[in-house]
Design a binder for this molecule. Structure first.
Ligand code: XIL
Length: 445
């Protein structure tokens, strides 16, 4: 069976141009597509359980896409397509043999997601090359399951502490990149992205900075900041394209956090940090990152005012990191997160969930895993739904290696590196299943 699809303008779906093609048997469509990384198929499983559709673009490797339910609905298929004419082959994986009254799986529409909304969020996690207390082995050395779980399940890593000034400039003017370098090379060797965290923060600072022999002059401290940001960013160059330039500058009531930076330089230290970072690497994506500002509150208002003030001064800022450290009984909901993300998106900012974990103490043990999965699903769904959200990062991935301790069971994998219900929730909400490689012929029955 062959057919030729026709490019139709966007209609109610709001997903962009597409191909109209109702078929239950398989279809060959030749269509002039815009550049995209994501196709949307309107499908129905009919009465077939576990129905799947083969999708092949040109001569790329075919993808086997699960079709969830009987009613018409949309499934997303990641597929990098350059603008131009392409051949799309769609075929239900297996037709029912004896079911005359049974509706077969069908595909009714193929849409090309606009590229702005087509970038699938990456799944990232914090990783450690060293134990922060430095009295036990790095998890990388201590347990091979740590690296294997990261490599098998995540697209991106954030060094948990290694890029903080305490470690990178332990003595004034002497930089130590060894701990961070080991993570950055590990990422590069395995095709993973890296988030740079964090250039200017109130915490994890070396003693020479916080307890100087002579009090800092504003000019002297600004020189330290300039040398620090420039040296660190240029050391990594294109290996790290996204940086948390300033971290946690506000308190819950929206006032500024006290720190050596704020105390000596005043609030203008924030604009200085972004201006220096932009000069150091004009191509880098510059983020502001904070905790407890996921829902509308005084801290989130302070962040919005800061962005507006930076823009008014012509200072570049590209995105906001929402840490989303939370707990199972009281997590931010999907609508709350989407509202906050959309406010940033309206200002032309990118957003990321940057440090999510979900503590479970305080939840009845019988409900803890489900409530935790709900919390993770809410944030992953928000990140999927808001096109400005590029990455969903958790603060560690195993309860065995967590800054809040194993007793909080806050992560996606348990202490034995087994996935918890929360992992399936995130995996599903980010449609990562659609990336599954085609099932080998031998396993297709
Ligand atoms: C935490 C690390 O996870 C700990 O190992 C370290 O002892 C303290 O810092 N917000 C941030 C992160 O931006 O850098 C913090 O990381 C957690 C809260």
């Amino acid at each position: 069976m062959r057919g030729v699809g026709t490019v139709v303008p966007d209609r109610a779906s709001g997903v962009g141009a597409g191909v109209e093609l109702t078929t239950a048997r398989g279809l060959l469509a030749v269509a002039d597509a815009p550049a995209t990384r994501n196709l949307a198929l309107t499908v129905s499983a009919g009465c077939v359980r576990s129905a799947r559709v083969w999708v092949r673009v040109d001569h790329q490797r075919p993808l086997l896409v699960p079709v969830g339910s009987a009613g018409w609905h949309t499934v997303f298929v990641p597929s990098r397509i350059a603008a131009g004419v392409h051949t799309f082959r769609l075929r239900p994986a297996r037709l029912p043999r004896h079911a005359p009254a049974c509706a077969p799986p069908a595909v009714s529409r193929l849409d090309f997601m606009p590229s702005s909304s087509a970038l699938l969020p990456l799944l990232g996690t914090a990783m450690r090359s060293q134990d922060p207390s430095a009295n036990s082995l790095s998890p990388l050395t201590a347990d091979p399951r740590y690296l294997a779980t990261f490599l098998g399940n995540f697209d991106s890593l954030t060094p948990e502490n290694e890029l903080k000034m305490l470690f990178t400039e332990p003595t004034e003017g002497t930089f130590d990149f060894a701990p961070a370098d080991s993570l950055v090379s590990l990422a590069a060797a395995n095709g993973k992205q890296v988030r740079g965290h964090t250039l200017i923060w109130s915490d994890e600072l070396p003693a020479w900075l916080t307890n100087p022999l002579l009090p800092w002059s504003p000019g002297g401290l600004l020189d330290v900041m300039r040398q620090y940001i420039t040296t660190v960013m240029q050391h990594y160059g294109r290996q790290i394209d996204t940086w948390d330039v300033v971290n946690e500058a506000f308190q819950d009531d929206g006032s500024y956090t006290q720190s050596v930076w704020y105390d000596v330089l005043g609030p203008s230290y924030i604009a200085d940090a972004y201006a220096i970072a932009h000069q150091a690497d004009p191509a880098a994506k510059l983020f502001y990152n904070d905790i407890g500002a996921e829902a509308n509150n005084p801290k989130q208002q302070a962040i919005l005012s800061m962005v507006n003030a930076l823009r008014a001064q012509g200072v570049e800022i590209d995105g906001i990191g929402m840490e989303n450290h939370t707990n199972a009984p009281g997590y931010p909901t999907d609508p709350q997160l989407e509202q906050t993300m959309s406010q940033y998106a309206q200002l032309g900012l990118r957003v990321e969930i940057t440090e999510m974990d979900v503590e479970t103490q305080g939840t009845a043990p019988a409900d803890a895993l489900t409530a935790q999965a709900d919390a993770y699903r809410a944030a992953a769904t928000a990140c999927w739904d808001v096109a400005a959200c590029d990455r969903f990062t958790t603060w560690g991935f195993s309860d065995a290696v967590s800054w809040v301790g194993a007793q909080q069971a806050a992560d996606l994998f348990d202490t034995n590196f087994q996935p918890k219900p929360a992992f399936a929730a995130v995996d599903g909400a980010l449609f990562r299943g659609a990336f599954a490689p085609p099932v080998p012929a031998a396993a297709r029955h």
